[in-house]
Design a protein. Structure first.
Length: 488
């Protein structure tokens, strides 16, 4: 769609912005995961108001910028970490307006900052990990207000802290790993209260020390991979007796990239050899099996239409004489159903698909077919339905789209084009439906926009305009008919 036509459509569709918004129109109202999903689903028809993003606030005046990180939608506001140059890196919140963008709480006095990370939402609460300078890195939570921002529990008293990691939502509770100074790093669970934050299960008895944890949820099970003298995969249904060991390999093996597809979990296994294996499990030892070998490390795993999609090479195994290079694959969880979708770049080099993202009933990704450079592709899961969607930068270099995220009626990403540098773009998901947003760093300079996150009325992201440094920006999002006419 041309920019002129898109602007005309925007003028017609975006009318009557302003006024109070009913609570049910704001994503995230209600309690629990189901309520959050229902509320966010009601915003699927929302569209951006025009093409101009605004800087929300110059949090750290001058070229350094506040470098917002960890952007996440809380109940009514965006929560993120930022450094204003005075308080160090601390938790912040934003409603999308400058006056509504504020330091949530100075958890650690001085310029060192508490360095909050791993923001994870459970219902109306956002959990995170921070160091207040006294208790070490511990588990904290916020409801998006200063008074509701507090430490959940001092799991390991003292300056070292329990260093929570692997924050994962399972059955309405937060699961994570932590070291209480007694049991070593183990599996913990929290309902947001100190009393409800406790050790779930001692996975490594006999004083063994575990590392390399990875947590994932598929169906009714939480899966935990960890390493002691062995590499172990277990699952639990959340009950005391619900732990079942699925795999137990020698330490020079590896298990990683746990990826849920409906009720099944796919993952990658390496036995310290050049080849890699794709595995699947239904949560039972008998239902945990290898699907096939790959000569290249499978990567960019994503669930789409009830199957696993990923990128890897075919190789010379299983009597296949040719080498397809690193291309797009899918698996339905069976050996015969683990197949190449399409060879986008015939030969050894491969198109190397990346950033697999589901949006509007399609799988979007970037790939390099050897002619157009790395550009945006779309697939419906079939060979004939896998095609180049847009060639933003003509020639073999390509625009290298990054950060693909679907929100409402648009797919957002950054792309690097001649004369514009790396700037934000959006796509309606159809053929020739790409539109660049107005440049943030004019000319060939790049604003390098970060991950796009919807929260309330706005699409937020971090970007650098070349003057104020890397700060928080927002593109207005509204329900149909709630945008005002473009300013004249």
């Amino acid at each position: 769609m041309s920019r002129i036509l898109a602007s005309a459509v925007a003028v017609v569709a975006f009318a009557g912005c302003g006024g109070a918004v009913p609570d049910e129109e704001i994503a995230g109202r209600g309690t629990g995961e189901a309520a959050v999903e229902q509320a966010e689903a009601r915003t699927d028809s929302w569209a951006p108001c025009g093409f101009t993003a605004k800087r929300v606030k110059d949090i750290y005046p001058g070229p350094p910028g506040s470098s917002p990180e960890g952007l996440i939608h809380a109940d009514d506001v965006l929560v993120f970490s930022g450094d204003d140059g005075t308080h160090g890196r601390e938790p912040w919140s934003s409603s999308g307006e400058g006056h509504g963008t504020r330091l949530l709480k100075d958890l650690r006095a001085g310029t060192a900052g508490s360095d909050p990370t791993l923001f994870t939402r459970v219902g109306d609460t956002v959990f995170f990990v921070a160091d207040d300078g006294t208790s070490g890195r511990e588990l904290w939570k916020t409801d998006g207000t200063p008074s509701g921002t507090r430490r959940v529990k001092d799991i390991q008293p003292g300056a070292i802290g329990s260093d929570p990691r692997n924050l994962t939502v399972f059955k309405g509770r937060l699961y994570f790993t932590a070291d209480d100074g007694v049991h070593g790093r183990e599996l913990w669970r929290s309902d947001g209260t100190s009393g409800g934050t406790r050790l779930v299960h001692n996975l490594t008895p006999d004083a063994l020390t575990a590392s390399g944890y990875e947590l994932a949820v598929a169906g009714d099970f939480l899966y935990i991979k960890y390493i002691t003298f062995r590499v172990i995969l277990v699952r639990t249904d959340g009950t005391a007796d619900g732990f079942v060991q699925l795999l137990n390999f020698v330490r020079d093996n590896s298990i990683r990239t746990l990826t849920a597809v409906g009720d099944r979990l796919f993952f990658i296994h390496n036995n310290d050899e050049p080849e890699w294996s794709l595995y699947v499990t239904d949560g039972s030892p008998a239902g945990t099996r290898r699907l096939r070998f790959f000569p290249d490390d499978p990567h960019d795993l994503a669930a789409f239409h009830g199957q696993l999609y990923f990128a890897s090479g075919r190789g010379t195994l299983f009597d296949e004489p040719d080498y397809a290079g690193d291309e797009l694959w899918r698996s339905d969880g069976t050996v015969s159903g683990t197949v190449l979708v399409k060879d986008l770049r015939p030969g050894v080099e491969g198109s190397v698909p990346r950033g697999l993202t589901v949006f509007k009933d399609f799988l979007f990704f970037t790939a390099d077919d050897g002619v157009h450079g790395r550009e945006l592709w779309r697939s419906d899961g079939t060979e004939s339905g896998t095609l180049l969607l847009e060639d933003f930068e003509l020639g073999p270099v390509g625009s290298s789209p990054e950060g693909l995220v679907g929100h409402g009626t648009r797919l957002f990403f950054s792309a690097d084009t001649t004369g514009r540098g790396r700037e934000p773009w959006m796509h309606d998901g159809g053929i020739d439906g790409a539109t660049p947003l107005d440049e943030i760093a004019p000319g060939p300079a790049s604003s390098s926009p970060g991950i796009f996150v919807r929260s309330g009325w706005d699409l937020f992201f971090a970007a650098d305009d070349g003057v104020t440094g890397r700060e928080l920006w927002a593109l207005p999002f509204r329900p149909p008919g709630r945008c005002g006419p473009p300013a004249l």
